[in-house]
Design a protein around this ligand. Structure first.
Ligand code: 13P
Length: 248
């Protein structure tokens, strides 16, 4: 395994309450004890916990991200939404954009692109999610879909911007099914071939049923810079296990 920094991004989705803050204490302790600077942990809790996470993680190397933003950079009459400036103001450093769970609800390429532009304007780091559905995969449309998501989502974004792309096959999210390494490597290579032409500074992560049971196999793919982890990231034990198994 190469010596690059590995990203472990915890997407808590619509889980967690004030009590869950206790569970991250073990992860803070773990990151303090492992002096190695070879990994970066980012927690993306629901909006209701962002402020507490920023506060709790202040004195650690762990950072906080949000799970979405409204597409408008300016303040406005949008009941129930939050913009990139509000997150920045709170001390949040990252934001997930284009997650398939939001694409399914109707979020389109244009909105995703506006959200990314807004996040960059607010100097937030973007975690841009892409991935094909099982139907698209069966119909051999994976490359077409991935290219379309990348080209539309990242339209007009400067070459110098830092971008984190998370490849999350929709059929792998929450199912316990992970692509085999041959398929995953082929798709990651394809994503890299497009992204590397557009950006100087990028990371490519994998997401979808990442767990302590499959992390060793996933780590065999050297092109990966880390993982976007859903379910398993809510257990500090599992998250620590995933990180430990990456380096041991
Ligand atoms: P799971 O790890 O629960 O499959 O979720 C993946 C995901 O959607 C992360 O964004």
């Amino acid at each position: 395994m190469t010596n690059k920094i590995r990203y472990f991004i915890a997407n808590w989705k619509m889980y967690g309450d004030l009590g869950s803050l206790k569970s991250i204490k073990n992860v803070i302790k773990f990151s303090r004890l492992s002096k190695s600077k070879k990994f970066k942990i980012i927690y993306c809790p629901p909006y209701t916990l962002l402020s507490d996470f920023v506060d709790t993680l202040k004195k650690s190397s762990i950072e906080t991200g949000a799970q979405n933003i409204h597409e408008n950079y300016d303040f406005g009459a949008h009941t129930g939404f939050i913009n990139s400036k509000m997150l920045k103001n709170l001390g949040v450093k990252y934001v997930i954009i284009g997650h398939s769970e939001n694409r399914t609800l109707g979020e389109d390429h244009k909105q995703i692109n506006k959200k990314i532009l807004s996040a960059i304007k607010s100097k937030l780091n973007v975690i841009f999610c892409i991935g094909e559905t099982s139907f698209q995969r069966k119909n051999k449309k994976t490359n077409i879909i991935l290219k379309k998501q990348i080209m539309n989502g990242l339209k007009g974004i400067g070459k110098k911007c830092k971008i984190i792309v998370a490849y999350e096959p929709v059929w792998s999210i929450g199912t316990g099914v992970v692509p085999n390494n041959l398929e995953l490597e082929k798709n990651i290579k394809f994503i890299k071939s497009i992204i590397s032409k557009k950006f100087n500074n990028y990371k490519i992560l994998y997401g979808g049923s990442v767990s302590p049971n499959n992390i060793k196999r996933l780590n065999m793919i050297d092109l990966l810079d880390g993982y976007l982890i859903g379910g398993a990231s809510q257990s500090s034990k599992k998250l620590i296990d995933i990180i430990k198994k990456t380096f041991n």
